[in-house]
Design a protein around this ligand. Structure first.
Ligand SMILES: Nc1nc2c(ncn2[C@@H]2O[C@H](COP(=O)(O)OP(=O)(O)OP(=O)(O)O)[C@@H](O)[C@H]2O)c(=O)[nH]1
Ligand SMILES: [Mg+2]
Ligand SMILES: [Zn+2]
Length: 361
């Protein structure tokens, strides 16, 4: 039997296979070469989904870039080495983080359509973090949805933030992003997520350790597929239970990507994500009288005018400025670090750099 895009996909159907993907593979008229999706990457290779199931696959050193969870690739069955990755398809979306230890960014998850950015009501609200994760998602070419979790705790001693306050603050700072509130324990609000979980869609989940990513995945899957961990008493911090990025198929045909908890969110240099989050605000800039207006005391400043007549929320403007300032600061630091790393590299050629810690985005 020839494995062609018309005779596939078998097990691939549950892992985000869709007509667009089929087209990108074309016809692989070979028994030995077949389309696969990377389900998980670990130290000595990866797990890939093939038409006939999940198998271990070798990653040859000759690949120009390492594969990441969510990648689509062509693999061949080698009589001696088993499955070997041959090449990785160009990514439709790629969530990146700044990699301070090596030059360039590092891709974390590939080919997601939507990212659920989770935050639990049992944790102090830091809207800046949700904003950064949303911007990273837009930068990747995917759409963020902020998911407030643990709504069953609202009004109890366990919740440290109010649901309405949290939603109001997100809407104020990030009016462009969708917000859903759910409880993975009672199932309340879960149906709000259905709109994104269509057959063939890939949805990533990010958030601090303990935010409830794996619990939500289990709820959506209707099965205890992913390990979950109690949060610490007192500050409700998570225990970094999930340690790898991993594809989890849902009964309805969507596939989720569970990820390890996020500690810090380092931003790449200002990209399209910021404009996606704040295009209404940034469009004011073109109305300022001076092209180089700094929106402080300049005459004819459209931002000042909008602040004065209430069209622009002062809190949002302050938070936007804070974001840009922090990002500029980080970009400087990253460039400086990259420069130092590069010169150290030149001095000590062939000394391998340690990999970046997996859970720091
Ligand atoms: N009350 C309540 N508890 C929840 C809810 N969702 C998750 N939890 C609890 O929160 C704790 C952490 O959940 P996990 O799903 O392990 O969190 P995670 O985001 O996957 O964490 P890491 O894998 O460490 O990044 C567990 O004790 C869950 O039972 C919820 O909707 N309501
Ligand atoms: Mg987890
Ligand atoms: Zn101005």
């Amino acid at each position: 039997m020839h494995l062609t895009s018309s005779t596939l996909p078998g097990a691939l159907a549950a892992y985000g296979w869709n007509p667009r993907i089929a087209e990108r593979f074309g016809d692989l008229d070979h028994l030995q070469r077949q389309p696969v999706r990377i389900a998980r990457v670990d130290r000595d290779g990866c797990l890939v989904v093939t038409a006939t199931g999940i198998v271990r696959c070798r990653i040859p050193g000759s690949l120009p870039e390492p594969p990441v969870t969510g990648d689509w690739a062509v693999a061949r069955a080698d009589p001696l080495a088993g499955m070997v990755l041959e090449h990785v398809l160009a990514r439709t979306t790629a969530v990146r983080r700044v990699n301070a230890l090596a030059s360039g960014d590092q891709v974390l998850v590939a080919n997601i359509d939507t990212m659920f950015v989770l935050h639990g009501l049992d944790r102090p609200h830091r809207v800046g973090r949700l904003e950064r994760l949303s911007i990273l998602t837009w930068d990747a070419g995917a759409s963020p949805v902020i998911v407030l979790t643990k709504t069953d705790l609202a009004g109890t001693g366990e919740a440290v933030i109010g649901l309405d306050d949290a939603v109001a603050e997100i809407r104020r700072v990030l009016p462009a992003v969708e917000v859903c509130a759910v409880s993975a324990v009672t199932g309340a609000g879960i149906e709000l997520l259905d709109a994104y979980l269509t057959a063939g869609a890939t949805v990533g989940l990010v958030g601090e350790s303990g935010a409830g990513k794996s619990t939500l995945i289990n709820r959506l899957a209707g099965d205890e597929l992913q390990a979950t961990g109690e949060t610490r008493r007192g500050d409700h911090k998570g225990r970094h239970t999930t340690t790898a990025r991993e594809l989890v198929p849902l009964p309805g045909g969507a596939v989720l990507v569970d990820t390890p908890g996020v500690r810090t969110v380092a931003m790449p240099e200002v990209g399209r994500g910021v404009s996606r989050a704040h295009d209404d605000l940034e469009s004011l800039f073109s109305e300022c009288r001076f092209r180089d207006c700094r929106h402080r005391t300049e005459p004819g400043c459209a931002v000042r005018a909008a602040l004065d007549d209430g069209r622009l929320d002062a809190y949002r403007w302050a938070s936007y400025q804070k974001l840009l300032k922090e990002m500029a600061h980080e970009a400087r630091r990253t460039r400086e670090r990259a420069r130092r790393t590069a010169s150290r590299e030149r001095r000590r050629r062939r000394v391998a750099l340690p990999p970046a810690p997996d859970d720091e985005w």
